[in-house]
Ligand binder design. Structure first.
Ligand SMILES: NC(=O)c1ccc[n+]([C@@H]2O[C@H](COP(=O)([O-])OP(=O)(O)OC[C@H]3O[C@@H](n4cnc5c(N)ncnc54)[C@H](O)[C@@H]3O)[C@@H](O)[C@H]2O)c1
Length: 281
């Protein structure tokens, strides 16, 4: 659906790795909606992934950068402004990685070097890109920055490990920087808390299939897909949401406000034999 919601807007999209990535879907939709933008990911991801296909499809230059490296981020903003011909209107932070999760270190036996990396990559990078943009005045008034989060920032989820702490920090940075960036330069900053989604990062979480099935049964509208998340990001980048800032916006089919659903209860009861269900009544 082409509404030209982003016509004339310039953006930077961090975190498209392959065609399952949420950032990939955002890029495709931003292109459809008339935006011009650059794509960025780590040098390794740019080499190993399929980012060039997306770059060709969307006519979007690729700028390799490690989002934890301030000099790299300065380069991303400077080059993007130059290549796109002006200041930036929207930025997507779609970055997450935990070495503790990857190396199967459980939450009560964390490696603290890994934890520092988790926080730096998945949360502090958000602060770093905002600070770089703020100092270089790279984002236009009424520009919009979105980071992607997960409900484990608020509630405990088995297997989500130190990424829960990273998401809590990410959302807090969105609020803290959102106040300053809004006050000083009329730039808005929000996080979108997305349903579990089958991507490279998502499938690294312990028990991910079960988590997806559980949240599908718990959500009255079902899990939100990566494409649907892209749609929400696009509306947040558009001029239709200019007064929304400092929010953590749940995009999860209603999951975050459900305690128990009929579908989840039905599945739960199936795990008992008939006698046990009778005694429960
Ligand atoms: N998949 C889910 O279930 C889910 C749910 C809620 C939120 N999210 C969040 O959505 C975002 C995107 O993840 P995704 O699910 O599309 O998975 P993905 O694996 O496709 O994307 C993660 C991206 O982070 C990039 N990245 C890692 N380290 C980096 C660094 N140092 N510098 C720059 N980029 C780096 C990776 O290269 C990759 O492109 C993440 O923040 C993730 O936590 C995902």
């Amino acid at each position: 659906m082409e509404y030209n919601l982003l016509k004339g807007k310039r953006g930077i999209i961090f975190g498209a790795l392959n065609d399952m990535s949420i950032a990939w879907k955002v890029a495709e939709m931003a292109h459809e909606q008339g935006a011009v933008f650059t794509l960025t990911n780590t040098p390794v991801a740019c080499r190993m992934g399929t980012l060039n296909d997306l770059s060709e499809k969307c006519n979007a230059p690729v700028i390799p950068a490690d989002a934890t490296n301030v000099a790299d981020l300065e380069e991303v903003f400077a080059k993007s402004t130059e290549l796109l011909g002006g200041k930036i209107d929207f930025v997507l932070h779609s970055i997450g990685m935990s070495l503790n999760v990857r190396k199967k270190r459980v939450y009560h036996d964390l490696d603290y070097n890994y934890l520092n990396k988790t926080l730096d990559i998945s949360a502090i990078s958000f602060h770093k890109m905002l600070q770089v943009a703020f100092k270089s005045n790279a984002i236009n008034e009424w520009g919009s920055v979105v980071g992607l989060s997960y409900v484990a920032a608020q509630r405990s989820f088995y297997g989500y490990n130190d990424m829960a702490d990273a998401k809590a920090l990410l959302e807090s940075i969105g609020r803290s920087f959102g106040y300053i960036y809004g006050r000083e330069k009329k730039v808005r900053i929000n996080t979108i808390s997305q349903s579990p989604t089958m991507t490279t990062a998502g499938s690294g979480v312990k028990g991910f299939d079960g988590l997806m099935d559980f949240s599908e049964r718990m959500s009255p509208l079902g899990n939100a897909t990566a494409e649907e998340c892209a749609g929400y990001c696009i509306t947040m980048f558009s001029d239709l949401t200019r007064k929304v800032t400092m929010q953590n916006l749940f995009h999860d089919g209603g999951f975050s406000n459900v305690g128990m659903s009929l579908k989840a209860m039905t599945q739960y009861n199936k795990s008992f034999d008939t006698d046990e269900i009778d005694t429960m009544d």
